[in-house]
Design a protein around this ligand. Structure first.
Ligand code: MIC
Ligand code: SF4
Length: 777
């Protein structure tokens, strides 16, 4: 339009991304007029491929976009971690492009086991995963993507330090990617197929999220950390409460928080199912940009906000905060001055207990009173502030002659933070306390933890971590390990006591000479006094132009990597003769569907990783874990029966309960069932990323129109779809029923609901999104 063109010619002082942002924003304003916008909407809508079409179609003139419009978005970049990048790159390679349409990075972090300490763990990790790291590095070189080698750090920390800028929109192939949104941007966790869409330059589709406002007032007290905001919120919202929403923080309390604190809160928005979370750009954001040596970014952010090209109208200016009077779909108020430290768990991140009540709950629930290990750091909580606050506790305890009573592990989030902590003496304090510094990688957070304390598999025990997620078996593969989540300060203080009933805010410890010792409140520095160190050069980024001459080789005999075979297109009719492979009860997370830990090594090999499919799911009919019954009554593991049925050409569906696919972004949880012959997944509800992943791989996610119908369908039942083919042909419009037949019983017709969009209907008909993308768009 003429307006956009006029602005275009006068925006010389803005960097290209902000020039684009500003022009799009001008269009958004033109289309939506004086409508008040939340911060999330401003940034999100300013990344629309076609502003007018997205905001006006089906949305009564732009008045009710949220929850209704299908947004087709153009992200600024894509970040991938090693575990999910393998499948993403295998898919990208099938598209035969020379380079991605937008910048991308690969981070080697998930595959390194935490055991004895950084140096030996890192070299062991590089050795066992050499084939995969070589594959990732050669793909990075071929396609001109940034490559962060093993030891460089955990994706979310590295992204925050290097790529996260106010106003951007990024996709990350990991559910905790929204950690970057602490820097006032929209970063969304997605599966690999979504990332590939963005990489080939196709618009990425998202149902316009609702915006859940969280108003922060007051100021955190002693012992309370930003982490406690989200621990407390998780208790209120539950693991499903954020589904379909962006959580936007606002209010005077925001200005009291550090940038890294805001990032921790955004990281864990994943635990309540939020699409992403966002904070305004504050003085702390600018301080963080300076200390991570990005002063130019501060100047750019200022230039955008005060851009003269915007003219004099207040609305025309792009500000990194919500418009005055913007409305939220729901507002939750948190007075930081009244917030307590929280401890969440076990087994689910939304079981929140305030510290003052934790002792009683431990006793009531008969949870272990002995604390076996305290683990701090990770992508969630390894900031300079976190670590120096912990350091203050360690120093005080050391001068009283105390050492942690439980094993104590520290995972720095990146080489930059590690090197800076080393420079400033913090690592020495950790070592002095007997803490084991692990490599800058995921390690114990994702089942890559070799414990040395003799706790056997199957033995109930308690650990405390400053991580973000605590599903069963997640840390050490022991389903009886209770992982409780807390701030690093609380984890550390309780590790000294070695007890889950210790309250560091009031209880005393005994020193070796028999005196009473009480911790003072932790204190630290928001950031280093001089900018961050970049650390060991070989752990820095490899940044290069695309080089099409590079071959990305995969050995045909590889157990770790395998080229992908395309899935067959949808039949030209409804589905008939499907059978229910298993009916699952209770929590069924992506860990349940595709376990991590030792299985991470097969992330690039679909046939091999498929042998773990649903291997910790609970059979609703028998209560057994990982048991499914063939039509002749013979008992198998779930993946074995799936493989048997695949061989027999028997296609199938899974039936499950709420929030199916909760947790991670791993698309393997969709690819594996698809590979083994799943056509439909029928549940009471889905987690967002997983539901999209299923559609991208050509599996149809359906939910019960009436939850009670869960009782009307059993394992082994024969199922055909009614209306599904028509719905797909009509671009997602129309109702779908399932006709269920059981030997010796009447047929039942189960009404279902679905959220299939036009594009997604196309993916399913084609057999998968990749089948379409590889043909070119
Ligand atoms: C996780 O925290 O669960 C993971 C492992 O980082 C996953 C990604 C994966 O499974 O590859 C996530 O959060 O998406
Ligand atoms: Fe890694 Fe854990 Fe963070 Fe996931 S949550 S990125 S596994 S450290």
């Amino acid at each position: 339009s003429a307006t956009a063109a006029r602005h275009f010619s006068s925006v010389g002082s803005l960097p290209p991304t902000y020039e684009r942002l500003f022009n799009k924003y001008t269009e958004v304003r033109r289309v939506l007029g004086a409508q008040r916008l939340t911060l999330a909407e401003k940034i999100l809508y300013s990344h629309l491929d076609n502003v007018e079409e997205s905001l006006l179609s089906n949305t009564d003139n732009g008045r009710s976009i949220r929850g209704k419009a299908n947004l087709r978005l153009k992200p600024d970049r894509v970040n991938m971690q090693d575990a999910s990048a393998q499948m993403a790159l295998l898919q990208f390679m099938s598209c035969n492009l020379e380079r991605p349409a937008i910048p991308a990075s690969i981070h080697c972090d998930h595959l390194i086991v935490g055991s004895k300490g950084a140096d030996s763990d890192l070299s062991a990790g590089i050795e066992t995963n050499k084939e995969v790291f070589d594959f990732l590095e050669s793909a990075a070189r071929k396609f001109g993507m940034d490559f962060w080698p093993p030891g460089a750090g955990i994706i979310h920390q590295t992204v925050l330090e290097n790529y996260a800028l106010p106003g951007l929109m990024m996709l990350g192939t990991d559910s905790h990617s929204p950690g970057a949104s602490g820097m006032c941007n929209i970063t969304i966790g997605v599966g690999g197929a979504d990332a590939v869409e963005a990489l080939v330059g196709a618009p990425w589709e998202l149902k316009a999220p609702k915006v859940l406002g969280v108003e922060l007032t007051g100021k955190l007290n002693d012992w309370v950390a930003p982490k406690d905001i989200i621990l407390r919120l998780a208790g209120e919202l539950t693991v499903r409460g954020g589904t379909g929403s962006i959580i936007e923080y606002f209010g005077p309390g925001v200005d009291t928080l550090s940038l890294t604190g805001m990032s921790t809160v955004c990281n864990m928005g994943a635990e309540v199912g939020a699409t992403t979370s966002i904070f305004p750009y504050t003085a702390a954001s600018a301080r963080y940009l300076h200390s991570t040596r990005r002063s130019q970014a501060v100047a750019n952010a200022e230039a955008l906000q005060s851009f003269p090209g915007a003219g004099t109208s207040e609305d025309a200016k792009f500000r990194f905060r919500a418009d005055e009077g913007a409305e939220y779909d729901q507002v939750i108020k948190i007075n930081l001055s009244e917030l307590e430290p929280h401890i969440n768990g076990p087994f689910t991140p939304d079981l929140a207990t305030p510290l003052s009540k934790f002792k009683d709950v431990v006793k009531d629930q008969k949870w272990p009173e002995k604390l076996s290990a305290g683990l701090i750091g990770s992508c969630t909580n390894s900031s300079y502030e976190d670590m120096t606050r912990v350091e203050s506790l360690l120093k005080e305890a050391a001068s009283a002659g105390l050492k942690p009573a439980a094993d104590f592990y520290i995972t720095p989030g990146s080489e930059q933070i590690r090197a800076t902590l080393e420079r400033d003496g913090t690592l020495e304090t950790f070592a002095g306390a007997g803490g084991i510094v692990l490599s800058n990688a995921c390690g114990p957070c994702i089942g890559q933890w070799k414990r040395h304390d003799g706790v056997e598999k199957g033995t109930s025990n308690a650990i405390l971590t400053s991580y973000n997620r605590n599903f069963r078996g997640r840390n050490d593969g022991n389903p009886e390990t209770m992982n409780f989540l807390a701030s690093p300060e609380i984890v550390t203080a309780m590790a000294f006591a070695g007890s889950t009933t210790f309250n560091p805010m009031k209880d005393a410890l005994k020193t070796p000479d028999g005196k009473e010792f009480r911790f003072s409140a932790p204190h630290g520095l928001e950031g280093p006094e001089t900018p961050f160190e970049s650390g060991v050069a070989s752990l820095g980024v490899l940044s290069q132009e695309a080089d099409p001459s590079i071959e990305v080789a995969i050995s045909p005999s590889s157990e770790r990597l395998a080229f992908l075979e395309p899935f067959a297109p949808f039949p030209q009719s409804d589905l008939t003769g499907l059978r229910v492979l298993v009916k699952v009860t209770g929590k069924c997370t992506t860990d349940t569907i595709s376990a991590a830990g030792p299985w991470l090594k097969y992330k690039g090999h679909l046939p091999n990783i498929s042998t773990n499919t649903l291997n910790t799911a609970v059979n609703a009919e028998t209560g057994e874990v990982n048991a499914a019954y063939d039509l002749d009554g013979s008992r198998h593991t779930i993946p074995d029966l799936g493989a048997l049925w695949k061989e027999r050409g028997q296609e199938w569906l899974v039936v499950a309960e709420h929030n199916y696919g909760e947790g991670s972004a791993r698309e393997h949880a969709a690819l594996q069932p698809r590979y083994l012959g799943a056509r439909v997944v029928l549940t009471k509800s889905f987690a967002r990323i997983h539901e999209t992943n299923l559609k991208k791989q050509g599996v149809v996610p359906l939910t019960f129109a009436d939850e009670a119908d869960y009782d009307k369908i059993s394992a082994g039942d024969e199922v055909s779809t009614v209306g599904l083919y028509e719905m797909l042909q009509n671009g997602g419009t129309g109702e779908v029923f399932l006709r269920v037949k059981r030997a010796g019983a009447d047929e039942v017709l189960i009404p279902t609901k679905h959220a299939v969009t036009k594009d997604q209907a196309g993916f399913i008909l084609a057999g998968s999104a990749l089948n379409l993308l590889s043909k070119g768009i």
